[in-house]
Design a protein around this ligand. Structure first.
Ligand SMILES: [Zn+2]
Length: 97
């Protein structure tokens, strides 16, 4: 019923944090301008690397760092494994992020 599910970041505001979730620090999310809810927690997010097809996990801790310390975009999610990201950075200098 919701064909946009795969575009959602791994956190789901409004739901209570599941077991193993990492709680978000709202004071570090002020850079995110959104009409909706800010993430309140993160959880491990499995994905398939776009480039090599390897099964990967974007961990809750990595998400917390990305959104809160690196000030990443709320709707940006990991799509490539670390080796593929490094390969792209070393190759053509396209802006990957
Ligand atoms: Zn890869």
């Amino acid at each position: 019923m919701d064909d946009k599910l795969t575009l959602l970041p791994p956190h789901m505001p409004g739901e209570p944090p599941p077991p193993g979730a990492v709680l978000a620090d709202a004071s570090k999310l002020a850079h995110i301008n959104t009409y909706g809810d800010l993430p309140r927690w993160y959880r491990d997010y499995p994905f398939i690397c776009l480039d090599c097809g390897a099964a990967q996990t974007w961990t809750a801790e990595q998400q917390k760092w990305y959104y809160e310390e690196a000030k990443g975009h709320l709707w940006a999610v990991a799509v490539r494994c670390r080796p593929c990201r490094q390969r792209r950075k070393q190759g053509d200098h396209q802006n990957d992020d």
